[in-house]
Design a protein around this ligand. Sequence first.
Ligand SMILES: *Cc1c(COP(=O)(O)O)cnc(C)c1O
Length: 348
Amino acid sequence: MTFFRRNIEEMTAYVPGEQPRPGEKVIKLNTNENPYPPSPAAMKACREFDGEGFRRYPDPLSTRFRQVAGHVLNVPPEWVLPANGSDELLTMICRACLEPGRKAAAPMPTYVLYMTLAKIQDAEFVEIPFDEDYTLPVQALITADAAVTLVASPNSPSGTLAPTAALAELARALAGVLVIDEAYVDFADENALALAREFPNVVILRTLSKSYSLAGLRLGLAVAQPGLLAGLLKVKDSYNVDALACAVGSAALKDQAHLKANVTKVRASREKLSAGLAGLGFRVWPSQSNFLLVRPPRGDAERLYLALKAGGILVRYFKQPRLDDKLRISVGDEDQNAALLRELKANL
Ligand SMILES: *Cc1c(COP(=O)(O)O)cnc(C)c1O
């Protein structure tokens, strides 16, 4: 007798990037956190949070945050569904739409959590390979005909963006749900939010973890038409967004000037770091996000990952087909990026 369902027994757990102990001195470029602090307005909302807000259960729909998000994104508040990180929205979508006999599909390699969540539902997970340039494989995804198709754009770990036109073609042809995971889209030249207006099967995911420097707060949101959100609401934990996250997140979202300044800095550093790595002989994929997928000149990514780690710099190394000769490096601040380039140069 085992405690668990067969598929849980058989699956392997999702492994998040290493999180060093607080106070440990490392340059952390492995989980795409923002190198700069959150909005001062968000920190003020945090300091001034009233204890009464902790005594009571939070608003189940985080109405205040929904309204701010609707305003900022120019969609009706009823089209916004906040959650405890966009990871929770992915869980809700898979819970609501996947079961044995139904399929999920995604272009690969991508965010590993998609496969984990499909397996938890005991659904089939169809992997459609990206080509070397990470062009969205639209036709193959259409042919897969999945109940849930998941596209991260910009994609992780490649940093590449799927053009909105390609996503629209996919949305139009699919009968199932198309999840467009825009965790990094604030760092990109374009976004696909308009597709949520155009297509009833599209759900756009955003998060405050990356561009708003609030990964520890755990706040994300979905934008979709009310018919799609209605199904997700049925599987939602009643109080999934805590009152503090709602207050701090609302203040952060309102501070669009801070977001813009932050994104401008990160994008400039991205281009500089990208040029620096190319100068050392790395192949650098064109990134629309706050990280870079790179191939060292000799493809010895694991050795470099370990050498950097020994030197106090964490980057992400994926020991899996297609990625085991590459590194994914988050864009840090100017000092961190300079230290990274120095350490790489010394170890090449
Ligand atoms: C970071 C990330 C997320 C998770 O965001 P949270 O809101 O912190 O849960 C979702 N999708 C992708 C592709 C990510 O890289």
